[in-house]
Design a protein around this ligand. Structure first.
Ligand code: PGA
Length: 262
């Protein structure tokens, strides 16, 4: 049984004071059993948030990472540095990185390799644009992103990978994929994983949905059999909304247990 994973991507939001104000209630309400909860603050707030959540079950992740351990790379942050400050997760290949900052499947491949080598859990984002969906290219695009980005991942390191299906047209638009659209894409992604690493890995890998997830739509998305969690942008900036999404993740787990007769 897959443990649901709910991650909040704060993007380029929140000062230190604002981050502290958000993380207080999250520590109280989201330090729960049965679901992995992760917050991904901007790098300026990472250390503060790691400290504020010390001793809780809530994990902290970065929103990006470079593949080199150190170097003359102005503005970049290495996996070594993330591990050093207590980060356990990192988002890789978010569509904003791909479309606004020129990231490619090749940079995803390099970042992912470095992240897993340093023991981080990587949340790897894939997803099609609206034009690609309308041209019936969704699965072709997903396969290309998976094949390119995950090229070097082995049967051992795949345990450190969480996939996030994030249709670009759903991110920040208020137009989420329908539960059926999400399920269809997730099932295809799981099938691809099965073809690459076998049925056991396909059953174990967690695939999050991301794109306009809210407290109102989380439960219906998370009820889908292949939707194992959510990567949440806007709604992760509000403690009550994020907490409600975490609770929807808990209910998914409880429903799966009942279905399995445990
Ligand atoms: P959104 O962002 O929830 O604001 O649509 C999701 C994401 O970019 O991960």
């Amino acid at each position: 049984m897959r443990t649901p994973i709910i991650a909040g991507n704060w993007k380029m939001h929140l000062t230190l004071a604002e981050a502290g104000a958000l993380v207080g209630p999250l520590r109280t309400d989201c330090d729960v059993d049965g679901v992995d909860v992760v917050v991904c603050p901007p790098c300026t707030a990472l250390t503060t948030v790691v400290r504020a959540l010390a001793g809780s079950r809530i994990g902290v992740g970065a929103q990006d990472v470079h593949w080199e351990p150190q170097g003359a790379l102005t503005g970049e942050i290495s996996p070594t540095m993330l591990v050093d400050i207590g980060c356990r997760y990192v988002i890789i290949g978010h569509s904003e990185r791909r479309t606004l900052f020129g990231e490619t499947d090749e940079t995803v491949r390099r970042k992912l390799g470095a992240a897993v080598q340093h023991g981080l859990i990587a949340i790897v984002c894939i997803g099609e644009t609206l034009a690609q969906r309308e041209a019936n290219q969704t699965f072709e695009v997903l396969e290309r992103q998976l094949a390119g980005g995950l090229q070097d991942v082995s049967a051992d390191t795949v345990q450190q990978v969480v996939l996030a299906y994030e249709p670009v047209w759903a991110i920040g638009t208020g137009r989420n994929a329908t539960p059926d659209q999400a399920q269809e894409a997730h099932a295809k992604i799981r099938q691809w994983v099965g073809g690459r690493w076998g049925a056991l890995v396909a059953q174990a890998i967690r695939i999050q949905y991301g794109g306009s997830v809210t407290a109102a739509n989380a439960a219906s998305l998370l009820q889908q059999p292949d939707v194992d969690g959510a990567l949440v942008g806007g709604a992760s900036l509000k403690a009550d909304a994020f907490t409600a999404i975490v609770q929807a993740g808990q209910s998914r787990r409880a429903a799966a247990r009942t279905a399995a007769g445990r």
